[in-house]
Design a protein around this ligand. Structure first.
Ligand code: PRP
Length: 186
């Protein structure tokens, strides 16, 4: 691949998790999920848009005849901080009654999005609901939420790439980049 075809992050950001570490961890998570869900009717639910890269890589490492579905909620309105109000933009295409649901997120920060989602999904009678997130930012938490599978626990920094955006852009970076502390102060 030529250097020119690889997107770079803005200069106020720096690489936090490179593509190799992501690939290795996603593979491990896939293997763990393959074991945990063996013999179960698994539906993997991606929370758009941020989960798109993680979800597509993760399911390729889950060696089970799962189904995929998507929903979309939003709370950041393209900015740096959660508005605290979670909005349902669109819903799943199939009922989840009696199915084992794995909700896949790119990041859990305040936990408000996931609490809302778990509450909503549990009302639909699934056999189980668990959560897998690529990134967990525990310092940002404003409500308690149980996360079953975590790729990386990260400090309280604004991150972009591998699905995560800055005003809608940079989701296609092949790595996770964090805003430099100095850039945040200025
Ligand atoms: C991001 C992320 C989670 C949520 C996590 O979504 O994908 O859904 O924020 O934050 P929280 O724990 O503070 O609620 P966002 O609303 O930015 O939409 P996007 O996935 O389309 O980028």
């Amino acid at each position: 691949m030529s250097e020119q075809s690889v997107l770079r992050h803005p200069e106020e950001f720096e690489v936090m998790i490179d593509p190799e570490r992501i690939a290795e961890r996603v593979r491990e998570m896939g293997h763990e999920l393959s074991r945990d869900y063996a013999g179960k009717d698994l539906v993997v639910v991606g929370v758009l848009k941020g989960s798109m890269l993680f979800m597509s890589d993760l399911v390729r490492h889950i060696a089970l005849p799962l189904t995929c579905d998507f929903l979309r909620v939003s709370s950041y309105e393209g900015g740096l901080r959660s508005t605290g109000v979670v909005r349902f933009d669109f819903d799943l295409t199939q009922p989840v009654r009696d199915k084992h649901v794995l909700v896949v997120e790119d990041i859990i920060d305040t936990g408000l999005t996931m609490s809302f989602l778990l509450e909503t999904l549990r009302l639909r009678g699934p056999a189980s609901v668990r959560v897998a997130t690529l990134l967990d930012k525990p310092e940002g938490r404003r409500t308690e939420v149980q996360i079953d599978y975590v790729g990386f626990t990260i400090p309280n920094r604004f991150v972009i790439g591998y699905g995560l955006d800055l005003e809608g852009r940079y989701r296609n970076l092949p790595y996770v980049a964090a805003m430099r502390t100095s850039a945040r102060e200025s």
